[in-house]
Design a protein around this ligand. Structure first.
Ligand SMILES: [Zn+2]
Length: 498
């Protein structure tokens, strides 16, 4: 039976000011059957939970998975747990913090479970799939990592993947944060599903016949390797040698790859290199961010998902000083629909939905600067690296999420096509919807290759202004966007007389 004793809580929050420092937490303790009211899988979620997930501090609770807690403890704290009636047992005692954390996060082997793929395995498997289905998968290198100059790959999937197609494109990326490894597993599973399903599964076939799907399984390749090689399960950032001492992989060095994008960069993350959210020394200082920028500038994406872990929530752009994003009327329903199709690990509900803030992460940059409706899906709950038994369920839930998400790549919206009225050549030009797009977002452009801008919109009347230097600006008022599908809008720009 569980007896809750207030004195036990006092022991865990620490003594009064001026008291002797606490002895080190040399014990790794597993506690089973912890009542829901006593555990808090997320920082700041609810209140009063005795075992609150410790995120990147990692000096106390390492994981809160279902009703099992793994926590570091002093001998006194462990004694208090027993006294309070918890089913607590010491799993390991060590003076080495990293060893305790390895045991807590990786498990008894002190290595990641083989269910998690290394980047080499992901690239190898993608290569096998591409050889088996050469028409469906094309690999491209989008950059190389900051520290070790490892290649970062994107994979383009369509029914004719060798060539860019004049279609809406959707991007899925994973592992901006090194230990948030579920993104790579979900994206690899999606690649398997697309390769195996084309010509067999009507839904997959329709996706690959009408869209281009881009997969970047791992953005932070160096950091991911620190995790999957078993070196340090705490790793979040990339592996930049920030202090220049020639030694890498010493926690907590590195730059937070998801604080490096150039949208209110200075307001995001931390300027302190030791912090988990260190943003680097300037926007796009990290090669991983520049690789993503190169991909996004080469191919305008309609929609994208960035997979992170954890907390079972979908973040969307944005709330900024209390104001929703200009495209909130389209973005929020997509976020809500996506979340409603993502089952939580406990099977009892679906993911939460929340607007994100407008700084330095992928989604405000992708949306604010490039017009991509980007969503962060935080998969799983209770640890960044979850026990292997949880992995298949999270992948299955997120493949359902992808099905719901890709329905939104069919419209409703405008398929704007801009050409030179004299030559008929496609043109890159600004496509501005003045009733929607305020000064918080950059002007969106059509792509140079096809002159296309796919623009998700609410059905009804919209005004469109198309402009490019050297051409007369075209103002198209009261374009009626149909209730479903893509409404075509051809705009022929007249060159200005010289
Ligand atoms: Zn993350």
């Amino acid at each position: 039976m569980l007896r809750i004793v207030i004195i036990g809580l006092l022991l865990l929050v620490g003594g009064p000011v001026g008291a002797a420092p606490e002895p080190p937490r040399n014990l790794l303790v597993e506690i089973r059957h912890v009542p829901a009211a006593m555990r808090t899988p997320k920082i700041g979620e609810g209140s009063g939970g005795r075992f609150s997930f410790d995120s990147y501090k990692r000096d106390r609770v390492l994981s809160v998975v279902r009703d099992t807690v793994l926590t570091l403890a002093t001998k006194e704290e462990f004694a208090a747990m027993l006294r309070d009636g918890f089913e607590a047992k010491v799993v390991m005692e060590s003076a080495d913090h990293l060893t305790l954390v390895k045991r807590g996060i990786y498990g008894p082997t002190l290595r990641p479970d083989p269910i998690f793929h290394s980047y080499a395995q992901i690239v190898e498997r993608a290569g096998q799939l591409a050889r088996a289905h050469p028409q469906l998968i094309a690999r491209m290198q989008i950059g190389e990592t900051t520290q070790f100059r490892r290649p970062i790959y994107a994979f383009r999937l369509s029914n004719d993947a060798a060539r860019p197609k004049e279609r809406p494109a959707v991007l899925f990326d994973g592992v901006h944060h090194a230990d948030e490894v579920m993104g790579a597993e979900i994206i690899l599973a999606l690649m398997e599903k697309l390769a195996a399903g084309y010509g067999r599964d009507p839904e997959v076939t329709a996706w690959l016949d009408t869209l281009e799907i881009y997969l970047v399984p791992v953005v932070n390749v160096d950091g991911h390797d620190i995790i999957t090689s078993g070196r340090d399960p705490r790793w979040r950032k990339n592996v930049r040698d920030v202090n220049g001492d020639g030694v890498t992989g010493v926690y907590p060095e590195g730059v937070d790859v998801n604080r490096g994008y150039d949208f209110n960069w200075a307001m995001g993350g931390s300027g302190n290199p030791d912090d988990p959210s260190y943003r680097g020394s300037f926007p796009f200082s990290e090669a991983e961010n520049r690789a993503m920028r190169r991909l996004v500038d080469e191919r305008q994406f309609l929609l994208s998902i960035s997979y992170h872990s954890q907390f079972e929530v979908v973040f969307y752009p944005w709330v900024w000083n209390g104001m929703p994003a200009p495209d909130d009327a389209v973005i929020r329903p997509i976020a809500t629909d996506l979340a409603a199709h993502l089952r939580t690990m406990d099977g009892l509900g679906t993911y939460a939905v929340s607007p994100g803030g407008p700084s330095s992460q992928s989604y405000p940059w992708l949306y604010g600067r490039r017009g991509v409706f980007d969503f962060i899906v935080e998969t799983g709950k209770g640890a960044h690296i979850l026990p292997a038994t949880e992995v298949p369920g999270i992948i299955a839930a997120n493949l359902e999420g992808v099905r719901a998400f890709l329905k939104h790549a069919r419209g409703p919206g405008l398929a704007v096509r801009i050409t030179d009225a004299v030559t008929g050549r496609p043109l890159a030009a600004e496509v501005w919807l003045p009733q929607i797009e305020n000064e918080t977002v950059s002007r969106r452009e059509s792509d140079a290759r096809f002159g296309r801008r796919w623009r998700l919109l609410t059905p009804g009347k919209h005004n469109v202004i198309v402009s490019r230097e050297g051409y007369r600006t075209a103002v198209v008022n009261d374009v009626v966007v149909a209730g479903s599908g893509w409404t075509p809008l051809e705009v022929r720009l007249e060159p200005e007389k010289r």
